[in-house]
Ligand binder design. Structure first.
Ligand code: BTN
Length: 266
């Protein structure tokens, strides 16, 4: 399967996933994230399980305002989720999604680990990033939604991505072959559906997270709100916070940019 292949809307709908109830497939889009938000904001009837996929993104976005290289061959997708969840539980979507997508990549044959909070790496701590996840809450009381963006470096070469090649991986680089994007999408949707379906049992999701984690036990430096926390990552809190033992005591961080402190750093 080469870079020229585009998923078709019909074959995605034929998957009969509850996360692909309504499907848009684009050749080129600035960002599937922006398109999914536009759909959800523009029409409160946009259902849970509205999926936007684009072969190429010209303005793919990552966390913290970073850009996300999105050439042909990757799986660039955003989902509109409408969950009967109190909004303060929305942050738990990110770890649940990370667990789901990590399991999907494992199933595709790539040994994937989660770097807190939402990076999927190969080769463990300090490894190369194969997937990024971006969950954003939007709307107002009568029209609440979450847009969950997933970017998987599938059939792409690292030098075509924006991060330095030594820091990125792809399914192609790890498996030595290209994957069927429809099979990848089907696997991702099934795993996401499972994890999202058990958000009420977040403890079970965290248990799986710990199995897949590569941050716990590491020396870390976390940048958040202009502040830096340095110490050893020792646990996850019950809501997914990273618990860090610092010289000044225990600190819990709910968001931030984590650097694993080891020779070479990530
Ligand atoms: C990150 O690691 O910083 C998150 C990256 C998220 C990228 C995906 S690709 C599909 C969706 N559309 C975007 O513009 N971003 C997300």
């Amino acid at each position: 399967m080469g870079d020229g292949v585009i998923l078709s809307r019909e074959e995605i709908i034929a998957l009969e996933s509850s996360l692909a109830r309504r499907v848009e497939v684009h050749e080129t889009l600035a960002s599937t994230q922006e398109r999914a938000k536009e759909l959800a904001l523009g029409d409160p009837g946009t259902p849970h399980g509205t999926l936007v996929v684009s072969k190429v993104q010209t303005g793919g976005r990552g966390r913290l305002g970073r850009s996300w290289g999105s050439p042909a061959g990757g799986l660039w997708m955003s989902l509109v989720l409408r969950l009967a969840l109190p909004l303060h539980l929305a942050p738990q979507i990110t770890p649940a999604a990370a667990v789901g997508v990590a399991k999907a990549l494992q199933k595709m044959g790539v040994n994937t680990r989660i770097k807190w909070p939402n990076d999927l790496l190969v080769d463990g701590a300090g490894g190369r990033k194969i997937c990024g996840i971006l969950a954003e809450a939007g709307g107002q009381a009568s029209n609440n939604f979450i847009v969950l963006g997933v970017g998987i470096n599938a059939n792409v070469d690292s030098q075509n991505l924006e991060d330095p090649p030594r820091k990125t991986a792809s399914l192609r680089s790890e498996l030595g072959r290209d994957v069927d994007l429809l099979e990848l999408l089907e696997t991702v949707l099934a795993k996401l559906d499972f994890e999202i379906g058990r958000l009420h049992d977040f403890g079970a999701i965290l248990e799986d997270w710990k199995e897949l984690d590569c941050t716990l036990g590491e020396r870390v430096l976390v940048r958040r709100f202009g502040e830096v926390v340095e110490g050893t990552a020792i646990n996850l809190g019950p809501e997914g916070a990273l618990v860090i033992r610092t010289n000044g005591g225990i600190v819990e961080v709910y968001e931030g940019d984590v650097e694993h402190l080891y020779q070479g750093g990530t």
